[in-house]
Design a binder for this molecule. Structure first.
Ligand SMILES: Nc1ncnc2c1ncn2[C@@H]1O[C@H](COP(=O)(O)OP(=O)(O)OP(=O)(O)O)[C@@H](O)[C@H]1O
Ligand SMILES: [Mg+2]
Length: 255
């Protein structure tokens, strides 16, 4: 893998990802247990699961923040275990723990990360202008991050994650804690990424969001991928055609 990704060089392929945590009180925790899937360019892939299912752990391995206990994944043809630098160059990763420097303004924060990604100053300015407009951020662009609301902070986190226009975007619960309008801006942005043939992977436990956004869904439970299919196939599991009903049915049948 990495040398022969078999997926072109613009998607993500997870192969047998396993993460075992050693926890003092709980002993060995199999947080992710043999997870394999593919996410293609021009596709939004949703990782759906309840609290503690293994979503964040999976996404952290894909983004090289966490080393798999076994298995591997390729991102744009590069192995997450052997070619971390190349992987990081091709992804934008927003975790729920993505933090901002309180003393910097929204604009300073974004510029700082653009420089870290070795972007040319002109390119930073250009891209920042587009994204600040898109996410309706101009009003608070020069406000210090520690004075921003949760939703405003979330927007800054997203912009700083996607500023360098990465091919693969990985978002861990991007709309958590956001109001309907702010959530909608993010949903629209993800749709735009799909049009631009990006590969977007995001995690959520919000069934409605999966229905609205995803082309394909991976259903994760107790670290295991119970299903991985196009959204329409998932919905056809039940007569109601609702993601939530399909989710419950699959979890009850397979876990
Ligand atoms: N650093 C760690 N050490 C020990 N156990 C961990 C660690 N990180 C996660 N876990 C455990 O791994 C399992 C999966 O956690 P994970 O954060 O991946 O779930 P999640 O699907 O993202 O849940 P949520 O919806 O609550 O964010 C949980 O049992 C969790 O307690
Ligand atoms: Mg999580």
């Amino acid at each position: 893998m990495g040398d022969d990704p078999g997926l072109g060089d613009t998607g993500v392929k997870a192969e047998g990802l396993v993460k075992i945590f050693k926890d003092k009180k709980r002993g060995q925790v199999r947080a992710v247990d043999d997870v394999s899937f593919e996410a293609h360019p021009g596709e939004v892939f949703g990782l759906l699961g309840i609290n503690g299912a293994g979503k964040t752990t999976t996404l952290r391995m894909l983004s090289t923040m966490l080393k798999p206990t076994s298995g591997d994944a390729s991102v744009c043809g590069f192995s997450v275990t052997r070619q971390g630098t190349e992987v990081r160059r091709n992804i934008g990763f927003m975790s729920t723990a993505t933090s901002l420097y309180g003393r910097l303004t929204a604009r300073e924060m974004v510029v700082y990360f653009g420089k870290l990604n070795r972007m040319h100053p002109d390119k930073i300015e250009k891209r920042m202008k587009v994204l600040f407009e898109l996410f309706d951020m101009n009003e608070f662009a020069d406000t210090r991050c520690d004075k921003l609301s949760t939703g405003m902070k979330q927007k800054v986190s997203i912009v700083r994650t996607v500023l360098h226009d990465p091919q693969v975007m990985i978002f861990d619960e991007p709309t958590a804690g956001l109001d309907v309008l702010t959530s909608r801006t993010i949903v629209d942005f993800v749709r735009q990424c799909r049009i631009e043939k990006k590969c977007v992977i995001f995690s959520t436990h919000i069934m409605d969001e999966v229905d609205k956004l995803c082309d394909r869904v991976g259903l994760i439970h107790n670290g295991k991928l119970l299903a991985c299919e196009p959204i329409e196939d998932l919905k056809s599991y039940t007569d109601s055609g609702r993601v939530e009903d399909a989710f419950v049915k699959i979890v009850e049948a397979k876990s």
